[in-house]
Design a protein around this ligand. Structure first.
Ligand SMILES: NC(=O)C1=CN([C@@H]2O[C@H](COP(=O)(O)OP(=O)(O)OC[C@H]3O[C@@H](n4cnc5c(N)ncnc54)[C@H](OP(=O)(O)O)[C@@H]3O)[C@@H](O)[C@H]2O)C=CC1
Ligand SMILES: O=CC(=O)O
Length: 322
């Protein structure tokens, strides 16, 4: 039987490539680092029945029109704000993401950012590198305590709950905010439901783990930062456009919140001149929430599994409900 043609916007780890090659004819944008240009993506899907997309690939009506044989888009990310779900539905194209496999790794990064921002790790290293480490003095490089403080998670889903679970070893009081209270979250994490403003004004650390949607775009701006404690630590491992970045820069310059840990940006990738990089109280990393060998491999194989399943008429492990 003729194998279905699939287009990959990047070469994937070997396990995923092997799974795809066994069931499909692979065409791909074969560049390890440079993203697939739009033109190559539009040409690439012309004959394809399946597309394996990355979070940097925009899947919209134009792309679906360029791929008239497309039956399935498998996104290698849990977030799917790069996909126009309504357009996929209209054209009868199925869609999947990679939930669950990224959860613990991304929660680890949220904690790494939280601790790094609170204890000024990057600033400290830069100080040494610049030859600025003088004799010890009582208030040298003082930060804020995470142990015994109050953590508020905005978006207590898979990743948000994993962030909350880790707080047990840090003796923290826990709060969360979702659109609706969730007794299962409260039972498994011990966190208390709070309205957003109450969470912002009472937390020592605010961690954002909501998906990017029409509701959450621009959710954090000057008003929300002004509600936070002056000593608060703000962490975003969700998506950049959830935060109004210029307003975050102004808030950090004014020292409220005291510091931030940021993995995601309004427009990625950012360059070395980005204003957040000039602030000593901001720790910034390049969208590496899920970036461990094991997790990126699991994401790729789950995306491949989804693609192969739909194209061969089997049940896909993580199809999105359109
Ligand atoms: N930095 C990185 O590399 C990574 C980033 N991510 C990002 O993290 C996001 C979350 O992933 P995951 O935890 O798996 O997703 P989930 O769907 O499991 O959790 C999302 C949570 O957000 C809540 N939520 C949704 N909309 C709102 C809203 N308007 N206001 C308040 N709460 C809201 C949901 O609760 P309710 O529906 O009750 O409101 C739910 O609890 C992804 O969408 C992705 O963008 C994920 C992996 C890696
Ligand atoms: O940002 C990563 C994702 O899986 O979503």
């Amino acid at each position: 039987m003729k194998k279905p043609v699939v287009f990959l916007t990047r070469r994937l780890p070997a396990a995923a490539m092997e799974m795809l090659a066994a069931a499909c004819t692979i065409t791909l944008w074969d560049d390890e680092v440079r993203p697939c240009p739009r033109e190559a993506l539009l040409n690439g899907v012309a004959e394809a029945e399946g597309l394996l997309s990355l979070l940097t690939d925009r899947v919209d009506d134009e792309l679906l029109a360029a791929g008239p044989h497309l039956r399935m888009v498998a996104n290698m990310a849990v977030g799917y704000d790069n996909l126009d779900l309504a357009a996929c539905r209209r054209r009868g194209v199925q869609v999947s993401n990679t939930p669950g496999v990224v959860t613990e790794t991304t929660a680890d990064l949220a904690w790494a950012l939280m601790l790094a921002a609170a204890r000024r790790l990057v600033e400290g290293q830069k100080l040494i590198e610049a030859g600025g480490w003088g004799p010890w003095y009582p208030m040298q490089m003082v930060g804020v305590d995470i142990y015994g403080s109050r953590l508020g998670v905005v978006g207590a889903g898979r990743i948000g709950q994993a962030v909350l679970r880790r707080a047990q070893g840090f003796g923290m009081a826990l709060g969360y905010h979702n659109r609706t209270p969730n007794s299962a979250v409260e039972a498994t994490t011990g966190a208390t439901y709070l309205a957003l403003d109450e969470l912002l004004s009472s937390s020592d650390v605010v961690v954002v783990t909501v998906p990017l949607s029409d509701e959450t775009r621009g959710m954090f701006g000057a008003r929300e930062f002004a509600l936070m404690k002056p000593t608060a630590i703000f962490v975003n491992v969700a998506r950049g456009p959830i935060v109004r970045e210029a307003e975050l820069v102004a808030a950090l310059q004014a020292g409220r919140p005291q510091a931030a840990g940021i993995d995601v940006f309004e427009r990625e990738p950012i360059g070395p001149d980005h204003p957040l990089l000039r602030l000593p109280n901001c720790v910034a990393v390049p969208h590496i929430g899920s970036a461990t060998v094991a997790t990126r491999t699991r994401m790729a194989t789950l995306a491949a599994e989804n693609l192969v399943a739909v194209l061969t008429g089997k049940a896909a492990p993580s199809l999105l409900n359109l």
